[in-house]
Design a protein around this ligand. Sequence first.
Ligand code: GLY
Length: 340
Amino acid sequence: MKRVLQMDLGDRSYDIIIERGALAQAGAYLELSRKVMIVTDDGVPERYADTVAQRCAEPYRYVLTPSGEHSKTLSCFQELLSAMLRYGFTRGDCVVAVGGGVVGDLAGYAAASFMRGIDFYNIPTTVLSQVDSSIGGKTGVNLDGIKNIVGAFYQPRRVLIDLDVLATLPARQVRNGLAEALKMSLTSDAELFELFEKGNIYDRIDKIITRSLLIKKAVVERDERESGLRRVLNFGHTIGHGIESFENENGLYHGECVALGMLPMVSDALRPRLLQVLERIGLPTAVTMDPERVYAALLHDKKASLDGVTVVKVDEPGSFRFEELPFGALRPLLNTIPKE
Ligand code: GLY
């Protein structure tokens, strides 16, 4: 079944097409009769980029190697732009991302920057990018160890969500993406949270992705450039980022860190239910690091203001509130995450 959601942003509006097999329909859904830079990475099955390339008049490819957040750099960004210049790309050509969030962020930022902006299409191939990062226009790269500190708001022209591509995704990556969908259910969709609590999650993946996209779309339409409401999408991310900064030590993925980061931000009554859901999905329920070290990492995050921090709190599934906290208030909150 095909479902089309429209992101309503005036002259930057676009369709989000959710359809099994959409990848093979790329020629019908995207304007590919021009030079097309397909951006992918070495973790994405090559046949996905091949499928798109076969439908392009003049396809080129940039394969980010190795895949992962550490490759989302200004030097890869420059390499990609240089390739487009070398192949004679002009304002009328386009970029297509075929991959997860890293690929989408890098490709989108290259599209935003090349000749001050050319068309960008996003074909996300992970649960995480399908439910969250592929829509909303956040693009960018990391610099000096700070995630997404350089970038632009640049909306895609169209997004193709093909649920069939998830068949090749490792199970842990699926769970990693479900953490972001769980995040949206907690702040904005009690019925979706109930599905996580009691339903058959893997049979209802289409519903989970569509409902998450509807939530994110509604938020972005009201606050495209994150001057207020859009910060709700950062639920669990403040502490999550602190945990993520120890990734070399704990080996956790982004969604897994966000899962843990949500625990201190829910009410005492909701926390046991959330822990049960995390266990049900197969997401971590405890940290290995000392809370003191996580707090120190939060203090070192140059994006955080030392005076205070705005966090998102959830008392009941489906509703949220923003809370201004002095930075030091994060320290006791860290004690609410079970320690391994
Ligand atoms: N992933 C958070 C946002 O797009 O604002």
